[in-house]
Design a protein around this ligand. Structure first.
Ligand code: KG4
Ligand code: ZN
Length: 347
């Protein structure tokens, strides 16, 4: 008998994602983004995102069914992002998923968006050896996670004490006068710059930080350092190359993320590392992590960039793991948890 067909619905931020998977097999991945509508505000406007989800949900679901060549009645279980994310945005996906679960009389799984970023790689590279370490870098989160079992045993090893890595990209892009979201723009621009041009600080890497914050991150000091550097040049009417600033900033981010992730693997004796989240699409981070993992004898798994940014397939992947492990479904009365912590896989 073939494995169950899982529908995944994602609506935690500005992407309406609908995915369909069967076991580790990706059948459909449709995403509608409201990004364009947020650009002129320089960041995601929650109410615009919620309204866009409401409008995009049904057409995105229909496109996914067509792509997978399946019918609504073929679906065996429904997984939906229950958190973390924007409350008004989460509620739209949850309502759609609950309506479908009730109407189709199929189980509902309210799942963690962050675990989605970690789980999506199985759709590309097959089952994840466990335990594995995961470096999760997104717009709202930066974590090192020890994944003992994707279906329920995930332990936080480190986190950011201030800004997330993606947030730092977005803020630095803004102060350089670049468009939102900053990650892809800085990634492109940095290719024309010199990463060694400016020596920006590497947060929480000093000797005295290692006791308490060995695997934690801090990007707020880096952002302030970039702001100050640019401010001084502008004040003195000194010209500078924005590409050099972008490349040097990016190098500082990639250096800290990769050094700490490799260190966490070595300290915990784990030789599989998984990269996930929107910032995992970053070309320099992917390259540097591959180099450092190879040097340390760590097997690195990197989902393709299109699966790194928010999507519904990653949520369906969590659903598939939960169904396979026999985890009890969620109640149809679950709420959204905008601050859901990484160690909670499902509600
Ligand atoms: O995971 P994601 O799609 O949404 C959240 O869950 O937050 O991550 C979005 C973040 C944004 O901050 C965006 O600037 C960043 O991922 N991002 C990138 C790249 N593509 C997206 N950051 C660096 N380089 C990229 N190529
Ligand atoms: Zn995300």
């Amino acid at each position: 008998m073939s494995e169950p067909l899982i529908l995944g619905i994602e609506s935690s931020c500005d992407e309406t994602g609908v995915g369909l998977v069967r076991g580790d097999q990706l059948l459909a991945n449709q995403v509608a983004s409201s990004m364009e509508e947020h650009i002129r505000f320089g960041g995601v406007v929650p109410e615009i995102a919620s309204r866009a989800h409401l409008e995009a949900m049904r057409p995105t679901l229909e496109r996914a069914l067509v792509e997978a060549e399946v019918d609504l009645k073929d679906i065996d279980a429904i997984a939906v992002t229950a958190g973390p994310g924007l409350m008004g945005a989460l509620v739209v996906g949850l309502s759609a998923a609950k309506a479908l679960a009730w109407a189709l009389d199929k189980p509902l799984y309210g799942v963690n968006h962050l675990i989605g970023h970690v789980s999506v790689d199985v759709l590309e590279h097959g089952p994840l050896p466990q335990p594995a370490m995961a470096l999760l870098v997104s717009g709202g989160h930066t974590n090192i996670l020890k994944v003992n079992d994707l279906a329920g045993d995930v332990q936080e090893i480190g986190t950011t004490i201030d800004d997330a890595a993606g947030e730092a990209y977005d803020k630095v892009a803004r102060l350089l006068g670049l468009e939102y979201p900053g990650g892809p723009v800085i990634d492109r621009l940095a290719k024309q710059g010199d990463p060694k041009a400016i020596s920006f600080p590497r947060g929480l890497t000093a000797r005295h930080d290692l006791d308490k914050h060995r695997f934690d991150f801090s990007f707020s000091g880096l952002k302030t350092a970039v702001a100050r550097w640019v401010e001084l040049r502008r004040r003195d009417k000194q010209s500078f190359d924005v590409a050099d600033v972008a490349a040097s900033f990016q190098e500082a981010v990639a250096d800290v993320l990769t050094a700490k992730a490799v260190d966490a693997c070595q300290v915990h004796g784990i030789d599989h590392l998984l990269l996930g989240g929107g910032v995992a699409a970053n070309s320099r981070l992917r390259e540097l992590l591959a180099k450092r993992c190879a040097q340390a004898g760590i097997n690195l798994r990197r989902p393709r960039p299109a699966l790194c940014t928010d999507n519904g397939a990653m949520i369906a992947a969590v659903g598939a793991a939960l169904v396979k492990a026999g985890v009890a479904p969620s109640s149809l009365e679950i709420g959204a948890d905008s601050g859901m912590i990484a160690s909670t896989v499902s509600l």
